[in-house]
Design a protein around this ligand. Structure first.
Ligand SMILES: [Zn+2]
Length: 96
């Protein structure tokens, strides 16, 4: 199975890159540049990709601006959705 290199988030194409982001940083999403970065040093890359895609969905939908008014809420929401999606079996076949 091929690793995901691009992904469409609410109609916008995001590049998916693998880069070392340092310790304890699993991934990153830059909504301005349309880039998701996955840290290849960690094994849970699929979950990280799902996590960063959820951040991207919130960014593209404009909800990030509302969530920014409540510190910590976006991360809690994203982590919950990541966990639920990854355990649902829906994203089993994704290779990150
Ligand atoms: Zn996050």
């Amino acid at each position: 199975m091929k690793k995901v290199k691009h992904i469409r988030i609410l109609g916008r194409r995001y590049r998916v890159l693998r880069q070392n982001l340092g310790e304890n940083t699993y991934g990153d999403m830059n909504g301005v540049e349309g880039v998701i970065i996955i840290n290849p040093r960690y094994k849970n890359r699929r979950d990280t990709l799902v996590h960063e895609v959820v951040h991207g969905i919130l960014h593209e939908s404009g909800l990030t601006k509302i969530l920014d008014q409540h510190p910590g809420l976006e991360e809690a929401l994203v982590t919950t959705l990541e966990s639920g999606l990854c355990r649902s079996g829906l994203v089993k076949k994704v290779k990150a």
